[in-house]
Design a protein around this ligand. Sequence first.
Ligand code: SF4
Length: 288
Amino acid sequence: MPLEVAEKAGACFGVERALALVERTLDEATGPVATLGPLIHNPSVVDELASRGVRAVDEPPHAPGTTLVIRSHGVAPEVVELARERGLRVVDATCPYVKQAQRAAREHLLAGRQVVVLGEAGHPEVDGILANAPGAIAVTKPEDLGGLQRGVSVGLVSQTTQTTERFARIERALREQGHEVVASRTICAATRQRQEAAVELSKRVDEMIIIGGRNSANTTRLAKLCAKHCPTHHVEGPKELDPRWFKAGMKTGVSAGASTPRAQIEAVCRAIEKLLGEGGEGPWQSPS
Ligand code: SF4
């Protein structure tokens, strides 16, 4: 087949769930609906929601009766409290895997451990985890551990998109510094699975098309990884496909970031098939 979609591609469980919750909210809500920040890193999805009246806001609005959707990254518990104080209805679309990380941080704190979160401070998911365990610190490398009190017991938690290798490096560094460590490997496999499948495909095709928002870190990373093996183009939708990329007889691979809904993959696949002069059943039914 001249067109093949990576075995794992596109919207992850948490994103699918958040999108479904917004759809249900739109069906049921009697007042305005807003999301706290853009629902996902995908401009066409965010624009489409905006065209249906769903605003992305920076903080809980002062408009009682509004339904506020918390996106899959999660937020600090105080933000939900503030929203409720302002008379908002809260729909929590925090991914259950992120909730698990938040819960682990809280449990470590209650057990009297210093909480260390592997992840970048300032990222909404990491800030949400930190807010669940006051006093917790975020680190990305062993050198960031310098400020820890000597000998203190540590509860180690991860941002869901970190790698197991990086987690193991931090855990090892903590033990070498003499800390007792209770590790909660709160890492989600979705990002790694998409990367592995895309790289495997990129080694077997003449070019790769990666679909997803340019503001999506995991989509950009997919494109970078594939570009090591074959010419790779990152597009947000079918309109960005350049006919000059497609030549008779060539094999094209497709993958998409964890914030790219299936419908977008389908639309791009159909457009590529037209450019390749193909018809019939597309390969877009396979990604998961
Ligand atoms: S990448 Fe994993 S943790 Fe993040 S939203 Fe998707 S399923 Fe949830």
